[in-house]
Design a protein around this ligand. Structure first.
Ligand SMILES: Nc1ncnc2c1ncn2[C@@H]1O[C@H](COP(=O)(O)OP(=O)(O)O)[C@@H](O)[C@H]1O
Ligand SMILES: [Mg+2]
Length: 222
């Protein structure tokens, strides 16, 4: 089997920014890899996700329960595993991913009452890894950013790219709960947490990248 490395975090935490730098650095090191970005919004397999995020099942994230929403995202991953990267991974290839099963832990566990979040997290890994047969990541890098910083980053990204927020991104209370459940999940599963804010300020993109690369290189040498 190959190696799977995942960048995870709440919305606007800098995942895609760090993912781009990560893939550039690994390419520079001369390593071959496959690059994945979830959800695969352009693929048919994401139809239910698009319906959900577009508000067709209700305008609030809580209109679709944690288990149902997780299933939408899981089948999108399953389809890409079968069609795109499964063979490569099974032959020992390296796979780098911007979000993964881990995103369900961050965005869906928050819908369960606190005392039931552990049960959800147990179910989630069993469902995607044991039952669907998707690979477990060798390294999950979790970008931890307090909500007041992600909010600023998301709004500036919307302004820069001319995009609008989906039902997750619009709901700041939801985002705040996701940050808490994200930290809970990181502890529960043993993810590698990167603290992106230091002394009351967001760290620079390069600084965070350096810490990520140290973790990734250590994982690749194992
Ligand atoms: N460390 C950072 N400091 C300042 N701005 C950042 C930092 N990391 C990312 N950004 C900016 O914040 C916005 C959200 O980043 P992005 O990588 O798209 O987040 P995500 O993929 O987690 O939603 C982008 O406009 C990006 O340029
Ligand atoms: Mg992103």
């Amino acid at each position: 089997m190959g190696k799977l490395i995942v960048i995870e975090g709440t919305d606007g935490s800098g995942k895609s920014t760090q993912f781009r730098l990560l893939t550039e650095a690994v390419a520079k090191d001369g390593r071959e890899f496959q690059k994945l970005v979830f959800p695969q919004y352009k693929e048919e397999s994401s139809a239910l996700i698009r319906m959900y995020l577009g508000g067709q099942f209700g305008s609030s994230p809580s209109d679709v329960n944690a288990y149902a929403a997780s299933a939408f995202y899981a089948v999108d991953r399953y389809a890409s595993y079968k069609k795109v990267w499964g063979d490569w991974y099974e032959q020992g290839g390296l796979v780098l991913s911007d979000r993964y099963t881990t995103s369900n832990a961050v965005h869906q566990a928050s819908k369960e009452p606190e005392e039931k979040r552990g049960e959800f997290l147990r179910w989630l890994y069993e469902f995607e890894y044991d039952r669907l047969g998707l690979p477990k990541p060798d390294l999950t890098i979790y970008l931890d950013v307090p909500t007041k910083y992600t909010e600023q980053l998301m709004r500036s990204r919307e302004a820069a790219t001319g995009t609008t927020a989906d039902i997750h991104e619009k709901d700041l209370d939801y985002l705040a709960v996701c940050r808490e459940t994200g930290r809970f999940a990181a502890k529960y599963y043993g993810w590698t947490v990167i603290d992106c804010v230091r002394d009351g300020a967001m760290r620079t993109i390069e600084d965070i990248h350096g810490e990520i690369m140290a973790r990734v290189r250590a994982c690749l040498e194992e």
